[in-house]
Design a protein. Structure first.
Ligand code: NAD
Ligand code: HSO
Ligand code: ZN
Length: 394
């Protein structure tokens, strides 16, 4: 359905299923593999004999991959690798007042990647999470994806990424298994990846005990368009992000009456489409910043001039560039924050897989600095803190 007034919150949110998902997590914690097998039968309609795919299955599934698709994956693999390598931070350091300080970046040891698989199959998502994880140096990467047989493209990418295990499970039960471990599933240090509201609710709940990359739920696209935009292309972009399911949140904000009417006639009756007619581009930008969408497309005559005015968006495509280019091959990640989380975070990068370990060493720090530390420690009532510093340097 097309609406003309924006809702206060996202029309579909993981918050609505927290109670149900809490129960699923508790059962997986209690019953391990048995619970996963039961939930997979209930929600995914297949009976698991082995939760973890064995090497023979992975190899034989990968060998089924069409050459064309394998070549496409290889091309995209290189493109994403360049982008993510360019983000790798160097170890850094310096010194002041007789103190030497620095940061050593260390990879997270064990990471679980959730690859969605309910409505569609998402090998592209495995590239988007696995490549930055590998570049960051993560040694043990595990994948969970709800398919009875491993998808050939996922099998091929897993071999390239040296994935340690593919678990043929999905939903909240897969997230619980990765967070707490079961007989068959390895407990990881951090879980990353997009998915529906059940998956994101589970990530949110297990974040009490395990790292998560954020909330990357049902797809969102906001398009800001003026009368220079091509209505057919804008409609295609909205329809494209609608392919992720009925839960996608799709918004057109436009200054052009003509564009609004043209695009309206090209949208289906099903789905969460919103069309907002505004008087000027500044109004459009204000609305987009308030929404803080996952994908933002600026289809206007001078899009680069507007870039500095955008404060909240997961990823931005400018001018005639389709958001689907980010979904597949541009370089920046398609695992992007939803539910307004773009107000405080961006898409996945190597930083999601790295920890800054900071260090200091000092034989002869400046007296003034030492005195300042002791005064502040005493002010806070931490007398032994003060003494432990004074004992060395006073
Ligand atoms: N934000 C991003 O970065 C991003 C990227 C890619 C995809 N996505 C989103 O990921 C989502 C993928 O969703 P999907 O459903 O196709 O696959 P999915 O793998 O996320 O979810 C499928 C799982 O949901 C569970 N499930 C389904 N119905 C349930 C119910 N009634 N109760 C409990 N569990 C249930 C099942 O266990 C199933 O395995 C889409 O919404 C898409 O827009 C987001
Ligand atoms: N648009 C999705 C992010 O919301 C990413 C994706 C994967 N495949 C196709 N699209
Ligand atoms: Zn997409």
């Amino acid at each position: 359905m097309i609406e003309y007034i924006l809702p206060k919150d996202r029309p579909i949110s993981f918050i609505s299923v927290l109670d149900k998902v809490r129960d699923i997590i508790a059962k997986v914690k209690e019953e391990g593999d048995k619970a996963i097998i039961d939930y997979t039968a209930k929600f995914d309609n297949y009976l698991l004999s082995d939760i973890k795919a064995n090497q023979d299955e992975i190899k034989s599934q990968a060998s089924l991959l069409d050459d064309n698709v394998r070549n496409a994956i290889d091309i995209i693999y290189d493109q994403l690798t360049d982008f993510h390598k360019s983000m790798m931070p160097p170890n850094s350091g310096g010194g002041k007042n007789g103190i030497e300080f620095g940061v050593v970046w260390k990879p997270i040891e064990k990471v679980g990647i959730y690859v969605p698989g309910g409505i569609k199959t998402y090998p592209s998502t495995l590239l988007m999470a696995g490549i930055p994880a590998k570049i960051a140096g993560v040694k043990e990467i595990y994948v969970a994806t709800p398919k009875e047989k491993v998808d050939p493209a996922i099998a091929y990418i897993s071999i390239r990424l040296n994935i340690r295990g593919i678990y043929k499970i999905g939903g909240a039960q897969a997230i619980a298994a990765l967070a707490y471990g079961t007989e068959s599933v390895k407990k990881v240090d951090k879980i990353v990846g997009p998915g529906n509201i059940y998956v994101q609710a589970a990530k949110y709940l297990v974040s009490e005990n395990v790292g998560i990359d954020g909330i990357e739920g049902p797809t969102e696209l906001v398009v800001i368009a003026d009368d220079s935009a091509n209505p057919e292309n804008v409609a295609l972009d909205l329809l494209a992000q609608g392919e992720h399911g009925k839960t996608s949140f799709l918004v057109l904000i436009s200054t052009s009456e003509f564009l609004v009417n043209r695009i309206k006639s090209m949208l289906p009756n099903e789905g969460n489409f919103y069309i907002i007619k505004v008087n000027n581009i500044d109004e459009a930008i204000q609305i987009a910043n308030d929404i803080a969408p996952e994908h933002l497309s600026i289809a206007t005559s001078s899009p680069l001039q507007l870039l500095s005015k955008i404060s909240n968006a997961g990823a931005i495509t400018l001018g005639n560039t389709p958001p689907a280019l980010i979904d597949y091959c541009a370089g920046p990640d398609h695992i992007l924050p939803t539910n307004g989380w773009a107000r405080f975070k961006g898409g996945i990068t190597v930083f999601d897989f790295l920890k800054p370990l900071s260090y200091v060493i000092s034989e002869k720090p400046e007296k003034n600095l030492i005195k300042a530390a002791m005064i502040l420690a005493n002010y806070e009532g931490f007398n032994f803190h003060s003494k432990s510093i004074g004992a060395r340097y006073e």
